[in-house]
Design a protein around this ligand. Sequence first.
Ligand SMILES: *[C@@H]1O[C@H](CO)[C@@H](O)[C@H](O)[C@H]1NC(C)=O
Ligand SMILES: *[C@@H]1O[C@H](CO)[C@@H](O)[C@H](O)[C@H]1NC(C)=O
Ligand SMILES: *[C@@H]1O[C@H](CO)[C@@H](O)[C@H](O)[C@H]1NC(C)=O
Length: 222
Amino acid sequence: MATKSVLILLLVTVATTVAQKKCCYPSQFEGSLGSITAQVQAGQGTTQTDGLQYAYDFTNGRVGAITSKDDMGVMTKYQYIYDFSKKRQYNIQVSPDISVCISGPLNGTVPHCVPASATYLGSSYYGDHKLTVDFFQYFESMGPSNYANVTMTVSQGDCVPFSVVTEGMNNAVPTLGIHGYVNYTSGISDPSKYFAVPSFCAQQSNHKTPKMPKLLFDKILP
Ligand SMILES: *[C@@H]1O[C@H](CO)[C@@H](O)[C@H](O)[C@H]1NC(C)=O
Ligand SMILES: *[C@@H]1O[C@H](CO)[C@@H](O)[C@H](O)[C@H]1NC(C)=O
Ligand SMILES: *[C@@H]1O[C@H](CO)[C@@H](O)[C@H](O)[C@H]1NC(C)=O
């Protein structure tokens, strides 16, 4: 009887410890994100690398990202705004010749914590105990042709996203995504840099649901 009680106490303690590991991200921060996406289509493997700057603003219910690409000498700025509090998303492109703004409705809320369905896998450190991260895994399904097995790491204690690996199907295409979060800074020094909606967005009143890069969205929000 006593042994059984100790065992139960032990199990409860373990369960509590594991549950406590599921932390919530800081409320406002910015940083950079590097990604490699690999896909297999008709037997052909392709990879794509991306880099972007992002701002995560749970306090005001929004997330934004900016990147620039040089396409044969023409610099184009790409900006993505997901304003959950205003229920609106924007996909903006600005180059010297043309400005494009596509906006559409947006449902949901800014994910703020390691998902409740996630399993804690363990912890590891990098360098000479410079950084300890907690590993979590969960399965995310948005339909039979869009799902992923997600392995994510966050820094232990302060819960800053460190890496996200997704393995699954993106529009029925086998996809592997590897995303690394670097150069975290607390707070958002210039919110307008990410969240000011350009005036030309009002003129281009496209109310269709914009073609949002779903994977990019996943990259920003683990
Ligand atoms: C957003 O939610 C509303 C109400 O639940 C629903 O009618 C609408 O279809 C949703 N829109 C999108 C884009 O998911
Ligand atoms: C996710 O990946 C892990 C490691 O490869 C595997 O053990 C697990 O079964 C996978 N989960 C699902 C739901 O596919
Ligand atoms: C990260 O910060 C370092 C030091 O400030 C800088 O040199 C580097 O370019 C930054 N990396 C990215 C991807 O922004």
